[in-house]
Design a protein. Structure first.
Length: 213
């Protein structure tokens, strides 16, 4: 309790200790209900969940700023799926390389692809992300900088080599899937997720013509 002055004299001073003692349990109770301090994210999944823009959970928001429907909805040959892959490519041109798939930058919170599963009635849920780096470009970088690992890594996690042909129509590349927003019985970094499917997908899901010039 903060003292407000001496004008009330001895009576006020005498009652201060009693009031303070009586207030202690209430103060301690309030302190015990206070939320613990927020812990900084340490794992790749935590970094994605902590830093991912809330608006990008809506694919139309992502597409309005340059993310494009590159794959349609993809099911795995052996079960499971990826959903619809949106790739950041704001100014596509025939034969051009999307800006981030061959830049050698693999930031945990800046994936090259976002995966959305159709959930019916024109709704979609964000399920995971993918990091991509062209194999030839990475090999050139390794020749120039011997401190780089032969296989690129994202936040310490090695990426997987993917040859041609592939679902993106890309040259040979490295990729890493991270199922940061849904569970995956096959593992957080597995290529396919048996809990993700295209059962509710439609051929006209997320058309680029609706949101981009």
């Amino acid at each position: 309790m903060r003292r407000t002055g001496l004008a009330l004299g001895t009576l006020v001073l005498a009652t201060i200790p009693l009031i303070s003692i009586a207030a202690q349990p209430a103060i301690q109770s309030a302190a015990s209900k206070a939320p613990p301090p927020r812990r900084e994210p340490t794992t790749l999944v935590e970094k994605l969940r902590f830093n991912f823009t809330e608006g990008f959970k809506n694919p139309f928001t992502a597409m309005s700023v340059g993310w494009r429907n590159r794959t349609g909805c993809v099911d795995g040959a052996d079960g499971g799926g990826n959903g619809i892959g949106l790739l950041f490519d704001p100014s596509p041109a025939p034969g051009s390389t999307p800006p981030y798939v061959a830049d050698g930058i693999l930031e945990p919170t800046a994936p090259e692809v976002m995966f959305y599963e159709p959930s019916g009635n024109g709704n979609f849920r964000l399920v995971g992300v993918e990091y991509i780096e062209y194999a030839d470009h990475w090999a050139k970088m390794v020749k120039q900088d011997r401190t780089l690992t032969a296989i690129p890594r994202v936040d310490g996690h090695p990426m997987h080599y993917v040859g041609t042909p592939n679902s993106f129509g890309f040259p040979a590349h490295y990729e890493l899937h991270v199922w940061a927003f849904v569970d995956n019985p096959n593992g957080t970094f597995a290529d396919w997720n048996p809990l993700v499917n295209c059962n509710r997908a439609r051929v006209d899901d997320l058309p680029n013509s609706d949101v981009l010039p």
